[in-house]
Design a protein around this ligand. Sequence first.
Ligand code: DCP
Ligand code: MG
Ligand code: MG
Length: 473
Amino acid sequence: MESCGEEDEEAPEPDWWLPEPRGRFGSVSCKPAILGVRAVHGNMMRSGSDLRRVIVHLDLDCFYAQVETICNPELRGKPLGVQQKNLLITCNYEARKLGVKKTTTVKEAKEKCPELLLVKGEDLTKYREMSYKVTALLEEFTPLVERLALDENFMDVTEMVEKRLEEWGKDAFSQMPVSGHVYGNRTVSLHDLAHVKLAIGSQIAAEMRESVRSRLGLTGCAGIASNKLLAKMVSGTFRPNQQTILLPESRRDLIAHLDNIKKLPGIGSKTAQRLAALGLTTICSLQMCPAAVLEKELGVSAARTLQKVCRGEDDVPVTPSGPPQSLSDEDSFKKCSSEVEVEKKVGELIASLLVRLYKDGRKPHTIKLTLRKCITNRWLNREGRQCPIPPHVVQKIGTGDSSVQNQLVALAMKLFHKMINVKVLFHITLLSVCFSNLKDAPASAKQSIGFYLTRPSSSNCNKLVHVSSEPIY
Ligand code: DCP
Ligand code: MG
Ligand code: MG
């Protein structure tokens, strides 16, 4: 087991880092045997409210590249990159060993590794489908699964852990080897309930990863910690195909070792600039910064959130994602400056979305068109307009009536004209169509034979087991 964090024994921890006083096990239902152990070992008082939960974050390895390899096994073992336009959005670990980095240009990647094989990754259909299969599989373990990205899910396994603790009773403490790594190579104490729970969580995470590997052929990395923030942050510590638990006493270490404050969730370029103006450029400086200074610069609410993040605190629950709220697709390009071209691109986006809507089974009641203008070589922010879809058009979606495509394109073009005056020269670099306000089709529509006949089956390498959805990025 490698060590990845410095031991933090030397420096006394600032007050805010001290665990809250704890006199209870939170809502853990403990058998008398376990309570007995607690009574003997005073340091088992750790498991207060913020350490009560056990959260697993799973991030699949080089996701698009793995999906491509499943579709075409000949690619296995060879350096492989997935490209969108001239950007390499990911590459497999064989390519990474040869120095290729994800999110570089294809040109740079080819220079680094001339033997790199490339596949196009603009069509997200098969990645989405696989993504939903993974989520569905994880939901077999617990209903508390939250999708964070196409290749990432959070699972709250607290109840599963507590159930195992109850079932195993006192034996849980002796049968609890950690599966995978411990961040900072720290020792897991079997006398600390928080440690034991994370150890059980690590076994559940290993079972989940094994299930995803054996049933779907995908490997991934897991992080196990007491909240979503920490589970996500720790999950990539050892990769690929490994997992790591974060003990409560390593929280500060984990955060302090981020090399850039922009890696803290919620800190984008603008916030980073404002913090830099205050001389706050490192995580440590941010951790030590008095609350009043941050509050003056960012406002009370943002400052408090940031301080919590710096301390590794996060009480946001894992919220099951359920079906997606909207379906969208977009295309970006160097230049589009004719109405005909816009109409063609919008038509392509709508056609692909209609296929997804057929598979989803629900009907959208709102359409939104978003675009990005480019003026004197500068990209402006995205701008969008939306409108309701008239009921007679909604009705036709999913029935196989081909006129619906043109009607939706006409609606989208109306929105386009609200944003662009086509009588003067224009230059746009992105178009996106989003269908939202999705509602179940009336039962009568579902019963019609046409409804089923027009729902296409998956054309990709694996049979669909779940509806497809939009990317969450
Ligand atoms: N992706 C994308 N555009 C980006 C970054 C990623 O389209 N700028 C896609 C391709 C990735 C997928 O999202 O396969 C998941 O992103 P990750 O950041 O998790 O990267 P990978 O899963 O590819 O690699 P890793 O093993 O580092 O997680
Ligand atoms: Mg990811
Ligand atoms: Mg990934």
